[in-house]
Write a protein that binds this ligand. Sequence first.
Ligand SMILES: [Zn+2]
Ligand SMILES: [Zn+2]
Length: 375
Amino acid sequence: MAPQREWFEKDYYRILGVSDSATAKEIKSAYRKLSRQYHPDANSGDANAEERFKEISAAYDVIGDEARRKEYDEVRRLGPMAGGPGGMGGAGGPNNFRFDNLGDMLGGLFGRPRGGGGATTTARGTGPHRGQDLEAELHLDFEDAAQGLTTTLHLTSEAVCSTCHGSGAKPGTSPRQCAQCRGRGVLDENQGFFSFSTPCPACAGRGYTIDDPCPTCSGTGIEHRPREVKVRIPAGVEDGQRIRLRGRGGPGRNSGPPGDLYVTCRINPHDLFGRRGTDLTLTVPVTFPELALGTELAVPTLDGAPVRLRVPPGTRSGRTFRVKGRGVKSKKDTGDLLVTVEVAVPQKLTAAERKAVEALAAASDGTSPRAHLGV
Ligand SMILES: [Zn+2]
Ligand SMILES: [Zn+2]
């Protein structure tokens, strides 16, 4: 992306609410927060939020990219080009920028067509624009998150128009290469020190013209519609983990690349098992005699037959046993099953039980487990 006139006019740092010395991580986190807040899905019909969302995306497009941010900082360091080439203090400067996008200046003149249905079809200026990054949430069953799965995500977003497949031309017709710019979308114009590329006025920077616009998208090639995206969820995905599907976001404009789709995984809890990374956790209730005398327990696993667990005599309540290799098998490693034994104290005793417990208490009189407290 070449420097754009917008860069002089917009303070992308202020838009994302970060300082111009913010780290890449700070910028990313500010962007995520704001884009969630102003996402069209969360603010349906709110034009201000939509505008703000576009602004946020545009800002992140530039300062969220290390190389582009460098260019942007450099452009801004030089200040606005008011006064034109003369304002640069003579020839010979190292920054002979080429402006490929004077969209703000010219975009309004050519009235880019708007799609129906309230779709977001106006782009920032003309020329290629990357599509929007989209956010989606996916609720997964505990087992599916552990084992991984391929599923279909349903979302409503900007998508390539299903009528014209993105060409913008009415079915049966095709876009024509623009005769004025020969498909380049820009016209070169030398103004002394600067070489400008201005968007071609004949085609508004698209490089082609459409005689009969597609009725669905009014010639933009983009419509707002429900669509399905296949998602491959890797085994061992964690609750809250964000998966990036490159190029599955909103379609680009004027041959720009598509945005990305970020899928946040939400994992439904399991009745029995918990997760700690790739380890599975399980609490097994046991009786006092089982711990005191030792026992062998049958323990369920998430992925197959129960395992036998030997509990030695004198095991304390709350001890955790590790069953190797019976946790979550992710690409990186295989977790263990962590079994915690816990004494279940009966809420009610039968007469016989009461007698036996009282006998036990009497027999162990004088050996208090609290002796060390000294009170
Ligand atoms: Zn169309
Ligand atoms: Zn043209």
